[in-house]
Design a protein around this ligand. Structure first.
Ligand code: COA
Length: 259
């Protein structure tokens, strides 16, 4: 698969997607959204892809936001369509059955912070900066940021960031729970790959069940505890559950097939 605005490579089951507009600090324009949706199709369809890293090109930015240069051409309805497309794309990331992790290598502002928050979890380099500066433009976040920021760091902290447009550094992002770990810039990708190699050695259907049930916490239309019972039962019936239990009892390493 080739893309206009993304670099992509598949190594050892890990598909690394690099948003590649470094001259514009990887701002999310229409082409990036087209490519992200193509990449999500590829992730779902390609059995060799076990998990995904999303990162940004260059030393400075993960993604510095939606592409502001596209805004003036939009009327209200077109702006709502833009927000809907962003939300739909990021919902596909959030609900991917394969793990998708953000490796945040610099500015993650506006749509960049929203993209990182839609991933299943986040690792940041020590030069990363996070924020939702849309109020500087007379706007609010439109790609799910008002919802996911509250979910991840709590209402009070989220309200302060949303209203002040303040940026927080990687250490503060870790303290608030926005990112899991902070590394050096050099270690960011190797460290994130290490976590995904560990996850890739587990049973894929069980991983998908964890993603689905954890996401259900934030979906009022779903009884998460009831879903957990159903997914537990579904997992129980898989070949990988039988292999995992047999391997434990036989004191050997399980070999999972995703069945
Ligand atoms: N949309 C479009 N272009 C963007 C962009 C965005 N969100 N963020 C940065 N760029 C472009 C700049 O216009 C500039 O392009 P140019 O060289 O053609 O003029 C280039 O990327 C480099 O950015 P620059 O502002 O010169 O870098 P900086 O180091 O001085 O500042 C930021 C970095 C991130 C603080 C600053 O770029 C910024 O505030 N960006 C917008 C952040 C934002 O509001 N995001 C939310 C959008 S809803």
């Amino acid at each position: 698969m080739s893309y206009t605005t993304l670099l992509a490579s598949l190594e050892n089951g890990i598909y690394t997607i690099t948003i590649n507009r470094p001259d514009k600090l990887n701002a999310l324009n229409r082409d990036v959204f087209t490519d992200l949706n193509l990449a999500l199709d590829e992730i779902a369809a390609n059995p060799d892809i076990k998990s995904v890293i999303i990162t940004g090109a260059g030393p400075k930015a993960f993604v510095a936001g939606a592409d502001i240069s596209e805004f003036n051409a939009l009327d209200k309805n077109q702006a709502m369509a833009l927000a809907k497309r962003g939300q739909d794309t990021f919902a596909r990331i959030e609900h991917s059955t394969k793990p998708i992790v953000a490796a945040v290598n610099g500015f993650a502002l506006g749509g960049g912070c929203e993209l990182a928050m839609s991933c299943h979890f986040r690792i940041a380099s020590d030069n990363a900066k996070f924020g939702q500066p849309e109020v500087n433009l007379g706007l609010i976040p439109g790609y799910g940021g008002t919802q996911r920021l509250v979910q991840l760091i709590g209402k009070g902290r989220a309200m302060a960031l949303l209203m002040s447009a303040a940026l927080i550094d990687a250490t503060t992002a870790k303290q608030t729970g926005l990112v899991n770990e902070v590394t050096t810039s050099e270690e960011l990708i190797p460290y994130t790959r290490g976590i995904l190699e560990q996850i890739n050695s587990k049973a894929p259907l069980a991983i998908a069940g964890c993603i689905k049930t954890a996401n259900a916490v934030f979906d009022e239309s779903i009884d998460g505890y009831a879903l957990e019972i159903t997914e537990f039962g579904n997992a129980f019936d898989t070949a990988d559950r039988k292999e995992g239990v047999a391997a434990f009892l036989e004191k050997r390493k399980a070999v999972f097939t995703g069945k």
